[in-house]
Design a protein around this ligand. Structure first.
Ligand code: IMP
Length: 181
């Protein structure tokens, strides 16, 4: 299935599942080496990270904990614009080695907000593991981005947890929007 249609958009294959899984195995080896003798807590950012988080953690052989959070954006009652809130955040991260697991970092705004909030709990360390990164879209400085699966062009992608208007998260491969589509 090289091309698919989701709602009004046509997508073409970009990263095959085999390629994604191979990369994840290497990332897990690296994380295993870096966190040897420790017990990090992995925090998956929903919804997009659920497949990546599962596949990554299945490849890890070090002891670890796993939990999920969601960052919601909503309009405040005041005219202050978008207000964010973290749902499901644990409050026991003090002195823990924390790894945030993201599907994709685009502008980096979600992540920098998240990092700011999690740092307030004084974790022993804080790292970010993202399957995808769009360097050209990044508008924030990201010095905690230790693990990146693939750097990709600034194009819209779907599949393997990522959605287009709520659809496509279940696709095995990652697809990109066809130009002009
Ligand atoms: P950021 O705050 O701009 O870095 O946005 C991060 C979030 O936007 C991700 O967690 C995704 O939910 C969503 N996102 C950004 N780029 C894409 C894309 O190409 N496809 C699907 N979702 C995306």
């Amino acid at each position: 299935m090289d091309r698919i249609q989701i709602a009004d958009k046509e997508f073409e294959i970009f990263l095959e599942n085999d390629q994604i899984c191979k990369r994840i195995r290497l990332m897990a080896i690296q994380i295993g080496v870096d966190y040897e003798g420790r017990c990090p807590v992995f925090i998956g950012v929903l919804n997009g990270s659920f497949i990546f988080m599962a596949d990554l953690l299945k490849e890890l052989t070090i002891p670890c904990e796993a939990t999920f959070i969601r960052v919601s954006s909503y309009q405040g009652t005041e005219s202050s614009g978008t207000v964010r809130e973290i749902i499901g955040i644990t409050d026991n991260l003090k002195d823990r080695d924390v790894v945030i697991v993201e599907d994709i970092v685009d502008t980096g705004l979600t992540l920098s907000y998240l990092i700011g909030e999690l740092r307030q709990q004084a974790p022993a360390s804080l790292a970010v593991c993202s399957l995808l990164l769009k360097p050209a879209a990044l508008i924030t400085k990201m010095d905690t981005m230790q693990y990146v699966g693939f750097e990709i062009p600034n194009e819209f992608v779907v599949g393997y947890g990522l959605d287009y208007n709520g659809l496509g998260r279940n696709l095995k491969h990652i697809y990109r929007a066809k130009s002009g589509a």
